[in-house]
Unconditional design. Structure first.
Length: 341
């Protein structure tokens, strides 16, 4: 198992540069949508050109940590002026979204660390902490998914991002299968779910725009609440009312990705489309309202830089945190054995 994790770590590291140059741009908030500034179509097009050396905010970079983000600190408004005009003001970044997502990532790291310590390295206190924080897990995961939906509404490249994220999620499945075996591999985790949501949103966006934003928010939130127990064979809101789902829906193997896991299904990270798709789509409608009415100014204020950093680099952290946790646990066990603790 040690060799498998070393292999997975090398595979992740060797591909990070390509991954973060071209995908998962949730941190790339397209300011052109947020603040109309009279740009001509040609000027707006040039902002997104990867060949335009005078558009540092939107051009692709070779720095892996940037994840091709539209950096608010470097973005310059056009207004018929050269992009290198020092007199122009930098466009603000929605730091609150970064920080909220960073809080969710921070909670995820600790939860996965406790899970690894308890169930892979068999420390009872790790299992106790997992059970203690387990009720909170859907909330910080839901926060991350909701914000991903908001950010998805601010991007022009959801289909492209969805395809690339789907390829990454398939690689995660393969590597976890090689590292920890079929019983503990990730079959349909949060990356698989987000990739599917991005693809569905990219394909259906022109039809979703016909639905009023508030209707979309209310509908998706209600359906999310009603279907949150679908993987447990329950539809409704126990104990107010509930309906037991037919067992036949859970006997087909490929339906596990839609929230109907078959008997014996196991995955270390499981986020089916039902119910999480509806929370993601609720976020897209919230993002649409923000685009039309402009986000409140307090959201652009930077408050906690640490959480903002975690939120901006969430994909990198997701890919790397588990190998690092395993490496630290193996190192601790090795030192413990040497000193006979």
């Amino acid at each position: 198992m040690v060799n498998s994790f070393i292999l997975s770590f090398i595979l992740f590291s060797s591909s990070l540069d390509k991954i973060f140059r071209c995908c998962y741009n949730d941190g790339r908030y397209i300011i052109t949508h947020l603040h109309g500034n009279g740009n001509t179509p040609q000027q707006k097009k040039s902002l997104f050109s990867t060949k335009n050396n005078n558009a540092p905010a939107y051009s692709m970079t070779k720095k892996g940590f940037n994840m091709a983000e539209a950096s608010a600190e470097n973005a310059k408004p056009s207004n018929d002026k050269p992009s290198n005009d020092k007199s122009t003001k930098a466009r603000p970044r929605i730091h609150t979204l970064d920080e909220l997502r960073g809080i969710a990532v921070f909670c995820m790291i600790f939860f996965h660390a406790f899970f690894t310590i308890g169930y892979f390295f068999h420390y009872d206190w790790g299992i106790w902490l997992v059970n203690f924080f387990l009720p909170a897990e859907p909330y910080f995961a839901g926060l991350f998914i909701l914000i991903s939906g908001i950010a998805c509404n601010l991007s022009h490249s959801n289909l492209e991002r969805g395809v690339k994220l789907a390829l990454i999620s398939l690689a995660v499945t393969l590597i976890t299968y090689l590292a920890v075996g079929q019983e503990n591999m990730i079959q349909f985790g949060i990356l698989h779910m987000l990739a599917s949501c991005m693809l569905l949103y990219g394909l259906s966006n022109k039809y979703l725009k016909l639905i009023p934003s508030w209707v979309g928010i209310v509908f998706n939130v209600i359906v999310f609440i009603l279907t949150i127990h679908i993987p447990e064979h329950i539809f409704g809101i126990p104990p107010l009312f509930s309906v037991t789902m037919p067992d036949s829906w859970y006997n087909t193997h490929f339906l596990f990705m839609f929230g109907f896991p078959y008997k014996g299904f196991a995955s270390s990270d499981y986020f089916p489309l039902v119910p999480w798709l509806f929370l993601f789509f609720a976020g897209t409608y919230i993002g649409r309202i923000g685009v039309k009415r402009k986000f409140p100014k307090p959201l652009f204020k930077k408050r906690i830089g640490f959480f903002g950093f975690l939120g901006r680099h969430s994909l990198l952290i997701y890919l790397m945190h588990q190998p690092i946790i395993f490496a630290l646990c193996y190192a601790f066990n090795f030192i413990k054995g040497v000193f006979h603790w």
